[in-house]
Write a protein that binds this ligand. Structure first.
Ligand code: FAD
Length: 380
């Protein structure tokens, strides 16, 4: 019995696992990566089956398992195939800001269809000159009659181009405000006021698009404010706390993917007349990975549990898992490639792709150094 995962959540975990076993394949992932195309049909399927909704609250169509539920679902998806699990979860992780800070109407309008797999979200904070330091955003909104006029540019927006709704952080006088709008607002403005440029291929997660948004006199109706006007930074940071935990779940799933495949391979692969797992150096390396995995599992579940209880420690823990699990996942996947020898280097095996995909988990939603800054501020 697990200390944190109830038997109901274990059943959901099994259902996600069985689905991914059937539907996620390396060939399917490679096809979508080569086409640089988001696997929308699969996203719709996981929505229909309730897997997007595991962590969302019941009043909006979710299963109500909170951060722990999100972590369990994302871990299982990434455990089967990190690139695909990440693509699926990146469809809804940017919606946390709306779920946490939206009004009842906004959540009904955007989160309910997202849980059903009908909507993909985007959350746009980063700018060319404002990455880790979001206090120097240049995108500005100005009040004019019945709307806000927004000018500026954003970079690295995940799902730009095919997102059904966007949340954007802008300077509003001397403070920040978050704006939430959908395709109808974009269409009403016409293409020249909201330009989307695909940043092209990346090291990993190539089924997803990372885009530049250029806003030129972009008109947003006044009811599109998300959270409290002038408190946009607080709105964004509240969402980061949850998404950091769930991104750590992506990395944790990636660790399991590599480790389980490496154990299986080491048992089957024979050299010098023996299964390579019989060589102590390989066996010890696998043991080291197992110990790291169990440490990460405990820290991750505890963090999600603290988050769900609104514990004052949870923000520090969110940064701790976001710091340590991606670092461990990168190290484990790298060592798993060694276990596979030359075969680990080949694309079809999936390991090199998993390492490239998981690499981003230590960068987006705050780099490792930024997580250390957050932890230090809370400790000293
Ligand atoms: C694939 C991908 C998807 C992304 N998705 C999104 C998205 O959907 N929405 C969004 O808004 N953004 C997104 N991002 C942006 C991402 O969050 C930023 O890239 C990240 O926060 C770092 O910002 P930066 O790239 O400008 O690096 P910089 O901030 O320029 O940092 C460069 C280096 O300096 C270090 N550094 C910076 N400040 C400090 C400091 N105070 N102390 C110590 N070290 C420091 C950093 O750790 C890093 O090593 C995405 C990025 C990528 C690559």
């Amino acid at each position: 019995m697990d200390l944190y995962i109830s038997s109901d959540l274990t059943d959901i975990q099994k259902a996600v696992s069985e689905f991914c076993e059937k539907e996620f394949s390396q060939e399917y992932l490679q096809r979508y990566e080569d086409e640089h195309n988001y696997p929308r049909e699969l996203y719709e399927k996981i929505g229909t089956l309730g897997f997007i909704g595991v962590g969302f609250s019941e009043d909006i169509g979710g299963a109500g398992y909170g951060a722990l539920g999100h972590v369990v679902a994302v871990t299982e998806m990434c455990r089967k195939l990190p690139g695909m699990g990440m693509a699926m979860s990146l469809g809804y992780i940017p919606s946390f800001v709306v779920d946490i800070s939206g009004t009842k109407e906004q959540r009904e309008k955007y989160i309910r269809p997202l849980i059903e797999g009908k909507y993909v979200a985007a959350f746009s904070v980063t700018e060319p000159d404002a990455g880790s330091d979001i206090s120097v955003l240049k995108t500005r909104m100005e009040e004019k009659n019945d709307c806000f006029v927004v000018n500026g540019s954003k970079i690295f927006t995940t799902n730009a181009g095919y997102a059904d709704f966007y949340t954007l952080l802008a300077m509003d006088g001397n403070s920040f405000t978050a704006l939430l709008f959908d395709k109808t607002v974009i269409d009403d403005n016409g293409p020249r006021r909201f330009e989307i440029n695909d940043l092209g291929r990346k090291m990993g997660i190539n089924t997803t698009m990372s885009g530049e948004l250029v806003l030129s006199d972009f008109h947003v109706p006044k009811e599109c404010v998300l959270g409290e006007r002038g408190k946009g930074k607080k709105t964004a940071l509240a969402a980061f706390e949850l998404s950091r935990v769930v991104i750590a779940g992506q990395a944790f799933g990636g660790m399991l993917y590599g480790y389980e495949r490496a154990v299986d391979y080491a048992k089957k692969r024979k050299q010098f007349g023996n299964s390579i797992i019989k060589f102590q150096s390989i066996e010890h390396d696998l043991v080291d990975m197992y110990v790291e995995i169990e440490k990460c599992r405990n820290l991750l579940y505890r963090t999600a549990w603290l988050y769900d209880r609104k514990d004052p420690e949870s923000n520090k823990y969110a940064s701790m898992v976001k710091l340590t699990i991606p670092e461990n996942a990168i190290s484990v996947l790298n060592r798993c490639i060694d276990v596979f020898g030359g075969y680990g280097y080949m694309r079809d095996q999936g390991l090199e792709g998993a390492l490239r995909d998981i690499r981003i988990t230590s960068i987006y939603e705050g780099t490792n150094k930024i997580q250390k800054n957050v932890i230090a501020r809370m400790l000293y």
